[in-house]
Design a protein around this ligand. Structure first.
Ligand code: UDP
Length: 316
């Protein structure tokens, strides 16, 4: 009989989810991974499929489902997460944040398991507080194109806290900021895969708007480690997990060109509707409560990501 604790994770075949699975297996846990491959990929977990501590179930968690066996931790990581993906799958995004969160919370409640929701910096919308602290309530357009993601995650947070208050489920909420690294979908439309692809192929780098908008990029191993520190803590959150080094998109494009050796020119395209002007996490809470902070510098993480893209472009 295995004495290992069991972690059930939805979205485990996604970009971030698969790195969380890797860290859990390395840490001595059993992992039951659920994914419907809407934006996740079998290739992300192919290396785990023969591991005796890893089980995969193809499952859409927005519909009711049952899972046999012990479960000690439930992580709800499933959702389209790039703007292009959630514009393409608006209803699926709202359902996985609402019905999906409900189904995963019910499972945690029935098994008396710890529950973790992966929420997002998008709950802050186009923020009027900078850097963003967890006590900021946000500035979200409730009917704009991004609302399918932002409001789904806000609903998911509210539902998680309702279960905590009403049913005493032991919950955690993490707010994830922009994350990058190997296994990002090359065509998910986000700035990191777009710029790397364009630089490697000698295509023009597409800057949306004037390129002065900012983001703060966290390398995926740091992000996954922070999320797991929260899971295994007693802190309910919400806790921001992200890298506070802030760059504007022109600076970021120049770093990608420098690291790839690319010679692409920059071209300017319209800014997507409701695109947040600035984003940077305040991570004082994560530092104080979890003893976590990111370790990987942008250039180091980008070099690894570029190497992975060089090896994987065209393999889809
Ligand atoms: N962006 C850009 N060019 C691209 C893709 C994105 O300038 O080819 C910008 C986008 O407008 C946003 C930032 O990069 O301001 C980050 O976009 P992304 O889609 O990666 O994630 P977001 O933080 O908006 O969810």
């Amino acid at each position: 009989m295995s004495v290992k604790k069991v972690v059930l994770i939805s979205g485990g075949a996604g970009f971030l989810g698969s790195h969380i699975c890797d860290q859990l297996i390395a840490g001595g846990y059993r992992v039951v991974c659920l994914d419907n491959f809407l934006t996740g990929k079998k290739a992300n977990i192919a290396h785990l499929l023969k591991n005796k501590d890893f089980a995969f179930i193809k499952q859409d968690v927005s519909v009711p489902f049952k899972v046999a066996g012990k479960v000690h931790y439930v992580m709800h990581c499933a959702s389209p997460a790039s703007p292009v993906d959630y514009y393409k799958y608006p209803v699926e995004t709202m359902l996985v944040g609402s019905a999906g969160t409900y189904n995963m919370l019910e499972l945690a409640r029935a098994r008396k398991a710890v529950f973790l929701l992966t929420s997002t910096s998008e709950v802050y919308g186009d923020p009027k507080v900078h850097p963003q602290t967890e006590d900021y309530w946000g500035n979200v357009n409730p009917i704009g194109p991004r609302s399918v993601y932002d409001e789904a995650k806000r609903y998911a947070e509210a539902l998680t806290f309702a279960y905590r208050r009403t049913f005493k489920v032991d919950t955690r909420v993490v707010r994830i900021f922009n994350t990058y690294g190997p296994r990002m979908n090359i065509n998910d439309g986000r700035v990191v895969p777009n710029f790397i692809y364009q630089a490697l192929k000698g295509l023009p780098i597409t800057i949306y708007g004037d390129g002065k908008q900012t983001r703060s990029f966290c390398y995926v191993s740091d992000e996954a480690a922070g999320i797991l520190k929260l899971l295994f803590s007693t802190e309910p959150g919400p806790v921001n997990i992200g890298n506070p080094r802030e760059f504007n998109m022109i600076e970021f494009a120049k770093i990608v060109l420098e690291l790839t050796g690319g010679k692409s020119r920059l071209v300017y395209e319209p800014l997507p509707e409701d695109d947040p002007k600035q984003r940077k996490p305040n991570i004082a809470l994560a530092r104080a409560k979890l003893g976590w902070e990111p370790k990987v510098e942008l250039r180091e993480g980008l070099a690894k990501t570029i190497a992975w893209f060089r090896d994987n472009i065209g393999k889809d």
